[in-house]
Design a binder for this molecule. Sequence first.
Ligand SMILES: *[C@@H]1O[C@H](CO)[C@@H](O)[C@H](O)[C@H]1NC(C)=O
Ligand SMILES: *[C@@H]1O[C@H](CO)[C@@H](O)[C@H](O)[C@H]1NC(C)=O
Length: 216
Amino acid sequence: MNSLPIFFIFFLFSSLSQANIIEVDFCVANRALPRGPKGYPCKDPAKVTTDDFVFTGFRGERTFNNIYGNNITLAFVEEFPALNGLGLSMARLDLDVGGFVPVHSHRTSEIIVVIHGTIIAGIVDTNNTAYYKRLEAGDVMIFPQFLLHFQINVGKTRALAFVALNGANPGVQITSEALFGGNLPAKIASEITLISPEEVRRLQRIFSKNDLTATF
Ligand SMILES: *[C@@H]1O[C@H](CO)[C@@H](O)[C@H](O)[C@H]1NC(C)=O
Ligand SMILES: *[C@@H]1O[C@H](CO)[C@@H](O)[C@H](O)[C@H]1NC(C)=O
């Protein structure tokens, strides 16, 4: 008996099971209920309207008032509940001259397309090898899941880019804010980084001022 078709079917099912499959057409998040590992429970489908499928938050101009000189507009499941269960999300990145997205990671891959400006974007892999490149308008770069990465506006004008991520809730973690902007005591932060207590306190003064949710 030729087992090839069976193998193929097995392969198909096992690869499909990796994908984000839901057994309904859509499951717009009901954010009033607690989220589980696969996302939020669904909003009553009878109450879903076209507007649920449209996100208008990327419109308009941006100003810059954080220490990074960036302004990041998220279209994750919290902002765009129709993404729930679909395994993708987006963000708009505005970078002032000299602005940047600090080194961070998330559990999804990310793909960026530069709309205008000049951005140096980079990844650092688990071998501590850095891959970075000057991107111009129209360029696309992929940041593989979990790896540390960053973007810097190195041009003479503001930069604009959009990113897409293959998860509705990517879970962004900014290294400097995780170490110095949260509730980790200065003594521990100093011990685990070999950074002097004085320097840790200086970093805490910088990063604790930032609203962790307001930026990547
Ligand atoms: C981003 O731009 C908007 C619109 O100008 C502004 O209201 C908001 O405060 C800015 N956010 C940051 C972090 O600069
Ligand atoms: C890891 O990085 C070193 C340089 O630090 C390099 O020589 C080596 O080839 C890298 N290994 C892999 C698997 O990329």
